[in-house]
Ligand binder design. Structure first.
Ligand SMILES: NC(=O)c1ccc[n+]([C@@H]2O[C@H](COP(=O)([O-])OP(=O)(O)OC[C@H]3O[C@@H](n4cnc5c(N)ncnc54)[C@H](O)[C@@H]3O)[C@@H](O)[C@H]2O)c1
Length: 327
């Protein structure tokens, strides 16, 4: 039985809670957030994206009881003060977004956890393991690991597969639902545009996707540019890749490449579809990316490829996959 704690019960932390509570081989022993646990229990029960929890979830003093299982609920801002040693926590799922550097994540180890799995890319000194790409390099020695972000999980496979033809350059724009790292109404923000009303505008934001892709695919260093455009929907993302390949290709060749990958070695990681999807259709999809073959277009060696993903559900699926490798 792997003993798990979740630090940061936001969108990602709560979705992991819902998915892990009844999972074989997992014991969810504690959650921690700076917010009150009765509020967390309420948000676990009623979710604006994925609907009402199908089991039972109630708040008890110092605990959240879900499907009859008692999960300790802590309210501690400083991770070094968390009782991970007493609770014999094997892995902390660090989902607060506040401890994504090595120094930050190490605080959970100091508190007595054996290992930490981030919910984002993290600093460059933390091993970056994208499930379905390089998770096999994980050794038992690693105590802090990163699964990449949702955008990295989508893009890595696509660029790796297309680089079999040869990529000269790639421009990537991830059209992404708004997140809590934006403001709902206009407010001051270090990245000015993230401070603009999230549900009112199409908002380009700076991202670190290029850096993580260059770490994973060093052969593409200097060939990648990326931006994310936040759009007024609460869930879902559409990645739009424009590539110059080393040689001319066809729409049929590109689609065949991805349809074959999805049906074989990338089964469960990549999906290929020719259905006329919109972003809502991707809700609850467990794949890292869903290639939309209807939108592939090619002019000579110039390729446009579109992939959908559920930034929450698809991503937490990969975190859970990676967790399974952390025994
Ligand atoms: N939402 C997404 O689509 C998505 C996808 C992939 C990765 N991520 C990454 O996951 C992380 C969390 O994202 P989110 O969307 O769940 O954010 P969120 O804002 O919904 O949740 C963050 C939670 O952490 C809590 N928190 C803040 N400081 C804390 C502290 N010191 N100790 C404990 N808890 C604390 C907050 O109260 C909140 O409940 C971020 O790093 C984000 O980049 C998010």
């Amino acid at each position: 039985m792997m003993r798990i704690a979740i630090n940061g019960m936001g969108r990602i932390g709560r979705l992991l809670f819902r998915r892990l509570i009844d999972m074989d081989g997992i014991e969810l022993v504690a959650v921690n957030d700076i917010m009150d646990s009765d509020n967390l229990a309420y948000l676990l029960k009623y979710d604006s994206i994925y609907g009402t929890f199908t089991g039972t979830v109630v708040h008890a003093p110092g605990a959240i009881v879900a499907n009859g299982k008692n999960v300790k609920a802590l309210q501690q801002k400083d991770p070094t003060l968390l009782p991970w040693k007493d609770l014999r926590v094997d892995v902390v799922l660090e989902c607060s977004g506040s401890f994504s550097s090595r120094e930050g994540a190490e605080q959970h180890l100091k508190a007595g956890a054996r290992k930490v799995l981030l919910s984002t890319t993290g600093s460059a000194d933390i091993p970056l393991l994208v499930y379905g790409f390089n998770q096999h390099v994980l050794t038992n020695e690693e105590t802090i690991i990163s699964p990449g972000g949702c955008m990295t999980n989508c893009s890595t496979h696509i660029l790796y597969i297309l680089n079999a033809i040869g990529i000269k350059s790639v421009q990537c724009n991830i059209l992404h639902s708004y997140t809590s790292r934006q403001e709902l109404v206009d407010a001051p923000h270090k990245q000015f545009r993230r401070g603009r009303a999230a549900a009112e505008a199409i908002i380009p934001v700076e991202i670190d996707l290029q850096q993580s892709l260059e770490r994973l695919l060093p052969a593409l260093k200097g060939k990648i540019a990326s931006v994310s455009t936040r759009v007024p929907v609460a869930n879902g993302a559409m990645a739009d890749f424009t590539l110059q390949l080393e040689q001319e290709t066809t729409r049929q060749e590109i689609n065949k490449l991805f349809a074959t990958a999805a049906a074989n070695e990338y089964k469960g990681i990549i999906e290929y579809t020719e259905d006329p999807l919109v972003s809502l259709d991707i809700k609850g999809n467990t794949h890292s990316c869903v290639i939309d073959g209807t939108l592939t277009s090619v002019v000579g060696n110039h390729v446009k490829l579109i992939a959908w993903f559920d930034n929450e559900y698809g991503f937490t699926t990969r975190m859970i996959d990676l967790l399974g490798k952390m025994a």
